[in-house]
Design a protein around this ligand. Structure first.
Ligand SMILES: Cc1ncc(COP(=O)(O)O)c(C=O)c1O
Ligand SMILES: N[C@@H](CCCC[NH3+])C(=O)O
Length: 452
């Protein structure tokens, strides 16, 4: 088990994060509760900034899909990174948080015309064009708005990165991007160059998520630079920017052995230098889009233990007050997590238990078979490394309310997203007049009138 960032165990044997006692956080803000360690987010951003931007003149875009809200956007801005967004909602959040929109890159395989208009009007830096339909409508929309859109073309190189098949994106059979081997990518480049309202800045590629093997990135740089050379040969156009996407893997459990951010940068830039010389092309500006690796380890989720069910000789289920609604990753990918009992971290481990959520769903599990100290109702369980793709993928299944998010630093805890209330759950519900409580009576009255 690994405690990340500012996490430690205090003299009461309680988990502490950002100088705050996790048990007190649970009491004060209620559970389930997402807690984010500000120092660790900032440190990680700084490591990305130093190794990709300061040292190598690149650009780091935080992939906001991993965890986004206005406070997070402010942090990313303060740390000097840009943003990768994938929807009108993410663009809106960036605008509302006052983010410099020229450092926002817009990805996605099915951007709507409305989203493209919104993106252009809000001044996003680049639109990463994913398919022929988008190429056509974007050219048209930009023309109508009297703008020239700066774009990258997303290519699919045909790399099978070793990760869960649902989060693999570089293979040919993917919904994303223009395939290189069958000539679609070259055709898209050729069209983009000729379109009057588009300004082609370079190419984009993303091979998947939770990637540990740095050879995958080496391979990605080799393939994309070779393609840049091929574009130069066939069209005379030379790409200025090379966006390598995100995907850098993180530690969740002892099964994960990530490289360092610095190793990642070294692999990218050493391969790039070699390829640029070998292929005789201009050094492109490198862009990367890390999401998970910036936020995953900085987040934990606190839960209160409720019902406990022991099936002798089979399993002991510990049910908590959240589950797949705040963390769907086990249900989706079989993801594995570590956890501690926040109110007795270093008590002796004494039993193997499985931590279950409270949804009406057998697959609603957070952790299968983890060895922990003896647990009783009321204990606070902290699931670790839940910063990425938990809050951002949360749902209201079973009409559970989404937890609050607090940002902790130096003993201070600030709410950055309020806990949803029952009122929030019905806020957008509409009861049509014919279903209103009085409507049955109204109709029967009408009926009696017509019967007379
Ligand atoms: C285009 C693109 N960029 C960046 C990311 C961020 O990936 P990760 O959170 O694994 O760094 C993703 C997600 O896989 C993505 O699809
Ligand atoms: N949401 C996924 C990763 C997909 C990343 C977005 N392209 C996860 O939790 O691992």
């Amino acid at each position: 088990m690994r405690l990340h960032g500012t996490m430690k165990v205090n003299s009461k044997n309680h988990l502490e994060i950002g100088g705050c006692d996790a048990v007190r956080l649970a009491k004060k803000f209620g559970t389930p509760l997402y807690v984010i360690d500000e120092d660790l987010v900032r440190q990680t951003c700084k490591r990305y900034y130093d190794s990709f931007m300061k040292k190598n003149n690149g650009l780091v875009l935080y992939a906001s899909k991993a965890f986004m809200n206005m406070a997070m956007v402010r942090l990313i801005d303060e740390e000097g990174l840009g943003l990768d967004v994938v929807s009108g909602g993410e663009i809106y959040t960036a605008v509302q948080a006052g983010f410099p929109m020229n450092k926002v890159y817009f990805n996605g395989n099915n951007k709507s015309p409305e989203e493209l208009v919104f993106a252009l009007k809000s001044g996003v830096g680049r639109i990463i064009v994913d398919n022929f339909y988008e190429l056509e409508i974007l050219n048209h929309i930009a023309g109508t708005l009297g703008k020239k859109a700066d774009i990258l073309i997303r290519i699919t190189p045909g790399i099978e990165a070793h990760t869960h098949e649902y989060i693999m994106t570089g293979q040919l059979d993917s919904k994303f991007g223009f395939n290189v081997p069958d000539g679609q990518a070259m055709k898209a480049i050729d069209m983009a160059i000729k379109m009057p309202n588009l300004n082609l800045k370079g190419i984009h590629c993303h091979i998947g998520s939770q990637i540990f093997d740095m050879q995958s990135y080496k391979h990605e740089v080799e393939i994309t630079t070779s393609f840049i050379r091929q574009i130069k040969d066939e069209t005379g156009y030379e790409a200025e920017e090379l966006d390598l996407g995100g995907g850098f893997g993180v530690y969740y459990t002892e099964e994960d052995d990530p490289a360092t951010i610095e190793d990642y940068a070294d692999m990218v830039f050493s391969t790039l230098n070699k390829m640029v010389n070998k292929l005789d092309i201009k050094m492109p500006k490198v862009i990367v889009e890390p999401g998970r690796s910036i936020i995953a380890n900085a987040g934990i989720t606190l839960y209160t233990v409720g019902a406990i069910k022991e099936i002798p000789g089979i399993r002991k289920y510990i049910s908590v007050d959240g589950g797949m609604t705040d963390n769907p990753r086990l249900a989706l990918y079989g993801a594995k997590y570590e956890a501690v009992i926040a109110n007795k971290v270093f008590e002796k481990n004494s039993e193997v238990v499985s931590i279950a959520g409270k949804c009406c769903e057998s697959g609603d599990m957070l952790i299968w078979d983890i060895c922990l100290p003896h647990i009783v109702p009321g204990d606070i369980i902290a699931v670790l490394s839940t910063g990425a793709y938990n809050y951002s993928m949360a749902s209201n299944y079973n009409r559970l309310t989404k937890p609050a998010v607090v940002l902790v630093k130096d003993g201070r805890a600030d709410i950055i997203v309020k806990r949803e209330t029952y009122e929030d759950l019905v806020r957008n519900d509409v009861i049509p007049a014919r279903l209103s409580k009085n409507s049955y009576q109204d109709i029967s009255e009408d009926a009696s009138v017509s019967a007379i």
